[in-house]
Design a protein around this ligand. Structure first.
Ligand code: FEO
Length: 400
């Protein structure tokens, strides 16, 4: 049975949510599910903005049939070719053989890579600034390469002042009937997932997001319609400001996250004592993460949020304890920069994890490694508490 919502007048939400998928992109845990958004506009000509993941194909196709009420689909805009949005294109072409498909040159190269259906006869190739009128609406095509993939574009409807934003402004999380951000407590219930989505999916491409934000700043925007998560029709500026920070690698909060890798609990003990000492000095909102049990996507997200990061690692196979090393490599892959970092190492015979963590961090841009660092042999000793005291004072004064 169809499950759609009218957004306004002739604009309909025809996407769907998946609460069964465990790993988005087969890598990111999504305990709250994910939505695949698609928008159908019933103008003089009908136009669909993106399709959905095949996992919600039945629901999506029923939604399209219901809203179309027997009319043919005239246009399909392909803002993004990742399969979570384009997988159902062949189904659309089968059902609407006369549909024209709108994309840029890179879009069509990818369509040919992914699919075998005839594309040349139905392709409308657009470039920056091209427009399409469907009657009441005029759509403007704005290129947004690397806001996640090279073919990405966004579509601005200058009639409604709606920005169909592709992956930008998306978030993990299924939609529970409330498809608008103003109908949920976004800051309380969604922001962490929105940050984890942004930082892990698009975080590497901050300069490309900056380019898109600059283009968007020239548009009058009444609503942002992303491909995942709630639609923004109020307080768009609040979310844009988050994107401004994340895409410039500016810490969102003056805060500290401690990430530790500990085999028998001794490195963990040092991390906990540091957290206590920070709290005693008035630092609030301290977060401590066991790298062995915390998904790397959470650590990446928290590193984008916090101004100060502590990495504490046992030495393992003469190197960094693998879960911490994985987190650091992932931070480097996501272009992490502009953070203050403290390192704690542990080693029962030769402690090498500190120097190796330092090397990885120095390969990132504009990272400041604070000193002193702490080096423990097997377990923290009473006489070393003063060193943790000094480190906590340093972080606390830097945060204030
Ligand atoms: Fe939601 Fe880059 O796809």
């Amino acid at each position: 049975m169809y499950c759609t919502q009218k957004i306004k007048e002739d604009v309909f939400y025809v996407g769907a949510s998946d609460r069964r998928l465990a790993l988005f992109e087969n890598i990111y845990p999504i305990p709250r599910g994910v939505s695949y958004n698609s928008y159908l506009i019933m103008d003089e000509k009908t136009i669909l903005l993106d399709t959905c993941d095949k996992s919600v194909g039945t629901q999506f196709l029923e939604n399209i049939d219901y809203v179309l009420q027997g009319r043919a689909l005239d246009y399909l805009v392909v803002n993004h070719m990742e399969p979570d949005h384009c997988a159902l294109m062949p189904e659309i072409v089968l059902r609407h053989p006369n549909v024209k498909i709108i994309g840029n040159a890179k879009t069509f190269a990818m369509i040919k890579q992914f699919f075998n259906f005839e594309i040349e006869e139905r392709a409308i190739i657009v470039k920056e600034g091209d427009t399409l009128s469907t009657g009441r609406h005029t759509f403007h095509f704005v290129m947004a390469p690397m806001v996640h993939w090279p073919e990405v574009m966004v579509t601005y409807d200058s009639t409604d002042k709606y920005l169909y934003a592709a992956d930008a402004f998306g978030t993990f999380g299924a939609l529970d009937g409330n498809i608008f951000a103003d109908e949920v407590n976004f800051e309380r219930d969604w922001l962490d997932d929105a940050r984890r989505y942004y930082t892990n999916i698009v975080g590497k491409y901050g300069p490309s997001v900056q380019t898109l934000l600059k283009k968007a700043s020239t548009l009058e925007i009444d609503a942002i319609c992303p491909l995942h998560g709630p639609i923004w029709r109020q307080s768009c500026g609040w979310f844009i400001e988050k994107y401004q920070r994340w895409s410039t690698y500016t810490p969102e909060d003056k805060a500290v996250a401690i990430v530790y890798g500990s085999i028998y609990g001794n490195t963990e003990n040092a991390a906990n004592i540091l957290a206590n000492k920070l709290a005693e000095k008035g630092v609030k909102g301290i977060r401590v993460y066991d790298a062995s049990t915390t998904h790397t996507s959470v650590i990446v997200s928290e590193a984008f949020r916090c101004s100060h990061l502590v990495f504490a690692s046992s030495t393992y196979n003469a190197g960094i304890f693998p879960p911490v090393e994985t987190a650091l490599l992932d931070l480097k892959a996501h272009n992490m920069q502009k953070r203050k970092v403290v390192l704690l190492q542990n080693g029962s015979w030769v402690a090498t994890s500190g120097a190796q963590m330092q090397k990885l961090i120095e390969e990132m841009k504009d990272m400041t490694i604070l000193s002193p660092q702490l080096s423990i042999k097997s377990a923290l000793k009473e006489e070393q508490l003063s060193e943790l005291e000094e480190i906590s004072s340093l972080i606390a004064s830097d945060l204030s």
